[in-house]
Design a protein around this ligand. Structure first.
Ligand code: SF4
Length: 197
């Protein structure tokens, strides 16, 4: 399927990476790893993944490259993430702890955790774009981020963005997992679960 149609179910870290690759037709190493293993986790197979990355890197626009260059420089590493090259290792999508243990993004990088890595103003704008307009709630998320409680901030955002859907499940007696987010793929799965109920 088309990855773009699921972006609204992605956690903010992955939404930012998607934007990064769409704008630059490229992502640097950490961003490629963070996003490609996440996409593997949501169910993209090796063939679909290669198609996605090739499309992104070769689409018309600034920074884009030829298909030949893509095949020469990048094909191997995306296949490697699927255990199809090199040591044939099964690489797992990064959990939040792994993401947060790595150095944050520098200029022109998009990996990391936005609750840690974005400046307050930028995070605030992003949260408003997600639909968090209430000052108090937005302030709570910013405060959690500033205290270093990134995963709690992310969990809170999930709850605030999905409040109505969560309440409607609970009203129908449908179970909802409200434990802390510890993995970007868990955030996605939780969204898909709500989509289906
Ligand atoms: Fe991504 Fe985890 Fe940060 Fe949420 S807490 S934005 S899932 S790294």
């Amino acid at each position: 399927g088309n990855v773009g149609q699921f972006v609204q179910d992605f956690p903010l870290c992955m939404q930012i990476l998607m934007e990064g690759v769409q704008q630059n037709h490229h992502l640097r190493y950490s961003g490629r790893q963070q996003l490609s293993l996440f996409l593997k986790g949501i169910g993209l197979n090796a063939e679909e993944a290669l198609k996605f990355w090739q499309q992104q890197f070769t689409a018309m626009g600034p920074g884009s490259m030829s298909v030949e260059k893509f095949n020469k420089d990048y094909r191997y590493s995306f296949r490697h993430n699927y255990g199809l090259e090199g040591g044939h290792i099964h690489y797992k999508p990064w959990d939040c702890r792994t993401i947060i243990s790595k150095p944050g993004p520098t200029k022109n990088e998009y990996h990391g955790c936005p609750y840690r890595d974005l400046h307050r103003d930028e995070l605030s704008t992003r949260l408003q774009q997600l639909g968090l307009e209430d000052d108090t709630r937005l302030g709570e998320v910013l405060e959690l981020s500033e205290r270093g409680e990134y995963q709690t901030a992310c969990t809170k955002v999930f709850e605030l963005v999905n409040r109505e859907r969560i309440d409607s499940c609970l009203k129908q007696g449908v179970k909802v997992d409200e434990s802390s987010i510890v993995h970007p793929n868990q955030y996605f799965d939780r969204n898909r679960y709500l989509d289906e109920h």
